[in-house]
Design a binder for this molecule. Structure first.
Ligand code: ADP
Ligand code: MG
Length: 546
């Protein structure tokens, strides 16, 4: 605060020197109205005194501690000098009474509002005294015009009014100016703080972050980015991302940054690729998007990336372990599944070899052996279907018709002691493109599961619905439902809750549907029923009627 006052005081001293030189100097040089002057020499003295004061002030300002008092002294000194000038140049008839206004204004600028009122008060008293002394002839100031008593008092009144008015106005304005200045400075500090803050944030976030401008050149590259890539700031700023790694070229292509900002409208994407860090390959996963300014105009692109090397290595490790675990599980199941029929086959053959069986029993044993061989064959066929699916064919067929065929098949396979009603909502023809045989297998598996789920009595509803470019096929039953724990396992191969189940039905169905680009979903409530939904895409030239 004091520094501000000192700065303004210095300005005051300088302006005063200038003023003395120009105004009084010109008066002295041109000698205007000199003949009228009371003591012409006095002007020269005044000039000398003021210069001397200026020098004194300039020297004192470096020493003084009481800066406010110092300022008051200067302002008072100025007023006294002003009064002296007015006295010398004719009192009431002087042209120089405005000089007092300048002192009042400088008081408000250098100090504050209160100082300007003080200056106005001092000016009023001294000016009032001077004019009064002139009027009562205490000071012998000649009056050239004819002025009445009223003129004198009106002159004093007008001056005092002007002094206070100017004190008020300039005080008000300088106060306002000061407040605005303070606020601006605060804002400036806020802004600087904010800039520093966002820079700190950018540097401190643990992910690599970079930005590039519309020319596709890197503009920001934070600490984590440098650590992950092993690059230095000077090695990347101003370069293109693909100079760091070729795969990063995609950002520029995606963002269409090639000098044409109008096309700059691809908002975001993800990339994964390798970069070389000190001869070692590291995997980087990056998300990027358009960088826009506060008005939403694109000004470049921003990317955030992580080092995924360890993660990907761990994933590969886990995948390898999972694969071996699955193979182990599979082998155990196959061994178990094959052993039972082989055991009964072996038993039957042993008995036949010993030749101790009656011929009609011999026939029976042969039947058993044959059916066990069928079972072996079925398991292997199913398993191969799951393990090595054929790529689906691309026939166009009526989906509704194939579901009707499935229902006929289900009716015939359904065991006689159950009371099951099958409802169908299959309206018109619904042509899709796909592998008829494989999809039939899917529908049959879902249908048989639904029948299996119903204990004595229940309903199955089969329906299709076309929604834009997909068809939804739904199998709903009122059977036992699926418990929460089982829910996540039903699509695993060999998971079954049935005595004679293989646990391959749903796995095969899922595989086939996925090969067709579709998906299977399931909703179930234990005790009240289950709905399986198969969603298939309708490929472009799969024509659809009805
Ligand atoms: P499987 O029929 O040989 O058991 P799946 O893969 O077809 O093998 O089915 C796996 C398991 O999913 C079944 O054992 C059964 O527990 C459950 N499941 C499948 N469909 C249904 C259904 N509609 N209602 C209740 N449970 C079902
Ligand atoms: Mg099944």
């Amino acid at each position: 605060m004091n520094e501000d006052i000192i700065k303004r005081l210095k300005a005051l001293i300088f302006i005063r020197a200038l003023f003395v030189t120009i105004l009084l100097g010109s008066l002295y040089v041109l000698q205007i109205g000199y003949s009228k002057l009371l003591y012409p020499k006095a002007i020269s003295y005044l000039i000398v005194i003021l210069y001397a004061m200026t020098i004194a002030y300039a020297l004192a300002i470096k020493r003084t501690k009481k800066i406010t008092l110092f300022a008051y002294i200067q302002i008072t000194g100025d007023i006294i000098a002003g009064i002296a000038l007015i006295y010398l140049t004719g009192g009431i008839e002087s042209w120089f009474s405005f000089i007092l206004l300048l002192s009042i204004i400088s008081a408000s600028i250098v100090l504050n509002r209160r100082a300007s009122v003080v200056a106005a008060t001092i000016s009023s008293i001294l000016y009032g005294l001077l004019i009064n002394f002139q009027f009562y002839n205490v000071l012998q100031i000649p009056v050239y015009g004819s002025l009445s008593e009223r003129d004198f008092f009106y002159n004093i009144f007008a001056h005092i009014t002007a002094f206070y008015l100017v004190a008020y106005l300039s005080g008000y304005l300088s106060e306002r100016l000061r407040k605005v200045t303070v606020r601006l400075e605060e804002k400036d500090i806020d802004l600087r703080d904010l800039k520093a803050f966002s820079r700190d944030v950018i540097e401190s976030i643990p992910s690599g972050l970079f930005t590039m401008d519309l020319n596709g050149r890197i503009a920001t590259f934070n600490e984590a980015a440098r650590r992950i890539t092993g690059k230095t700031l000077s090695g990347v700023i101003g370069r293109r991302p693909e100079e760091i790694s070729p795969f990063l070229e995609d950002i520029r292509l995606e963002q269409k940054l090639l000098g044409n900002s109008k096309n700059f409208d691809s908002p975001a994407g993800r990339l994964e690729g390798e970069i070389l860090k000190e001869g070692e390959r590291i995997i980087i996963g990056m998300g990027f998007s358009t960088l826009t300014d506060s008005s939403g105009r694109p000004i470049g692109a921003i990317g955030i990336f992580q080092d995924l090397t360890n993660l990907r290595m761990m994933e590969a490790e886990v995948r390898k372990k999972e694969k071996w675990a699955a193979i182990g599980e599979l082998s155990a199941w196959i061994a178990h599944e094959l052993r039972n029929p082989i055991a009964s086959l072996k038993g039957s053959i042993e008995m036949l070899r010993e030749g101790k069986v009656a011929p009609q029993h011999g026939q029976q044993l042969m039947d058993i052996a044959s059916s066990e061989m069928d079972r072996l064959n079925a398991i292997i066929t199913d398993f191969l279907l799951y393990a090595r699916p054929k790529p689906p064919g691309e026939e166009v067929f009526d989906l509704n018709q194939s579901l009707k065929d499935t229902i006929t098949l289900l009716h015939s396979s359904e065991s006689a002691n159950k009371n099951i009603k099958i409802d169908e909502h299959l309206n018109g023809e619904l042509f899709i493109r796909g592998d008829l045989q494989q999809l039939r297998q899917v529908f049959l598996n879902l249908g048989i599961n639904a029948i299996d789920a119903i204990q004595d009595k229940g309903e199955i509803t089969i329906s299709t619905e076309r929604k834009n470019d997909i068809v939804e096929i739904s199998f709903s039953d009122t059977g036992v439902g699926i418990s929460k724990e089982d829910m996540e396992k039903i699509f695993y191969p060999f998971f079954t809750t049935k005595d004679k189940g293989t646990g391959l039905g749903l796995s095969i169905a899922q595989r086939i549907v996925e090969e067709h680009g579709g998906r299977i979903t399931v909703q179930s409530k234990a005790g009240s029923g289950t709905t399986f939904k198969v969603v298939l895409p309708v490929k472009d030239n799969g024509k659809v009627k009805g």
